[in-house]
Design a protein around this ligand. Structure first.
Ligand code: C5P
Length: 257
């Protein structure tokens, strides 16, 4: 059976009975295990200093709404996703909850305070995932243009025995490793890809991967790879670029217009 057929046979029924978003414990109203098999962790706790704003990147304005609204709404509407945990910037938990309420994002079961690094924010959000979860997706709020086809693509290989799945796009520039301002190595471009999110994992695999040291970790898949996990790569989406600068934000505005 192919990845698409396999994934389609596992398509969850849209699940909207979790109740109002709330902060804190992992137990959704209605009891533990109610929230379904596929959880999304939306990490939004970065400062986003390169945007030069007076607020965290997740609250940069995008077409009159916080940047976070775009990915939160898309995940909430995805029929593949049963429950969502958001990692908020320290002190911004309440605005995240209010935003989820405004969007009627009923799959949001909790909002945790993010950590000092992306990996620490993921760890904090993972702690709020129900024991009964089978699959966990991790997505950057800084990648607002998430299409549901990408969510479907990253889920497929998990049913074929992979531990994790990464969406990626080809690298178009020549990539060099530089030491002290001098080229140490030019990497062969063949086989090089740029990893995006959402990255999908079997829940127990991701939990084990996050038990160890997180220093220097820039994506979840690398932790799974480090433990010998098999990580599949599927087609990403050029529109899923990460918003880092004001120019990136302006481009998202144009693409949404
Ligand atoms: O910093 P960068 O843009 O690479 O972060 C990628 C994603 O990780 C963003 O959505 C950001 O909000 C999130 N992040 C986080 N906690 C941190 C740093 C980044 O949730 N401490």
């Amino acid at each position: 059976m192919g990845a698409t057929e396999d994934a389609a046979s596992r398509r969850p029924t849209p699940h909207r009975d979790i109740g109002a978003p709330y902060v804190g414990s992992s137990t959704a109203p209605g009891g533990s295990g109610d929230a379904g098999a596929t959880w999304a962790l939306l990490v939004a706790a970065g400062a986003g200093e390169r945007l030069g704003l007076d607020r965290p990147k997740a609250f940069a304005e995008l077409r009159g709404r916080p940047l976070l609204a775009e990915s939160l709404e898309r995940l909430d509407l995805s029929p593949w996703i049963d429950a969502i945990v958001v990692a908020a910037p320290n002190g911004w938990e309440e605005p995240v909850i209010l935003l989820a309420e405004e969007l009627a994002a009923s799959k949001v079961v909790s909002c945790v305070t993010g950590g000092a690094s992306r990996a620490e924010s993921v760890r904090a959000a993972l702690a709020d995932v129900d024991e009964g979860a089978l699959v966990v997706l991790v997505h950057d709020a800084a990648r607002p243009l998430l299409e549901d086809q990408v969510v479907e693509r990253v889920l497929g290989p998990l049913a074929e025995g992979f531990d994790g799945v990464v969406p990626a796009v080809p690298v178009s520039d020549t990539v060099k490793r530089v030491e002290g301002g001098v080229v140490a190595e030019t990497l062969a471009r063949d086989g090089l890809v740029a990893a995006q999110t959402p990255q999908a994992f079997l829940a127990p695999t991701l939990r084990r991967a996050f038990e160890g040291e997180l220093a220097g970790v820039t994506d979840c898949a690398s932790l799974v790879e480090r433990r010998g996990g098999r990580v599949a790569v599927v087609d990403g989406d050029p529109r899923l670029f990460k918003v880092t600068t004001a120019a990136d934000l302006a481009l998202v505005e144009v693409l949404l217009a």
